[in-house]
Design a binder for this molecule. Sequence first.
Ligand code: UDP
Length: 219
Amino acid sequence: MGRIFLQGVGVDDLNFEQALDFAKCGQVVTVNPEMISYAGTNPEFAKILREAQLVIPDGIGVELGLKILGHNVKRIAGIEFARELLDRCKTAALVGGAPGVVDKIPGSNIICRHDGYFTDAAEIIEELKQKQPELLLVALGSPKQEEFIYSLKQILPNTLMVGVGGSFDVWAGNVKRAPVFMQKLCLEWLWRTAREPKRLKRIFPALPLFLLKVIVERG
Ligand code: UDP
């Protein structure tokens, strides 16, 4: 498997099926331009990404960045990747989202559920340690979810752990994903921004700046 460096962050060159086959245990990061930019200013976060077992390109921003560098790597929607993992695994734990959200997600293989607004993680960590789920999905937003997963790598050595952002809200039926035609036109970001205008602050100027830096990187 090849790891392509984009602004100093390694992104794995795998398609959806290959990534599923490869994902066995450890940390999976579904990386976006915001996270890559953050890694550039935060060495601790950069280390988390560097030590991740799998870094998949989530979204059009990273796909475009890789294209600028001459690599044709297709994006993998983190939400679809995580859903497939959840459907395939025997035991899963879900941590994150507002109170009640995880309880609305169906799945007889889900053996542990916690919302993401805890002050003390000790009890949750103890339960995870006891249950040793095959899969742990964490929805705390970035970088919180990546930091939380990183802190669990020794405690859950055989668990596959993925940060899933807003996926629980979609699975619980609280938030609608963009219509398929918008997903196909790479306009999911526009859909999410229209529904949640404060996201605009996260995209601009971060995304154009990110692409500009990649152009400079290419030289
Ligand atoms: N969240 C949480 N605890 C926190 C902060 C956020 O559980 O302290 C949840 C929030 O409820 C939402 C998710 O984390 O479900 C973050 O979603 P966001 O849309 O920010 O993530 P993205 O998909 O953009 O990475």
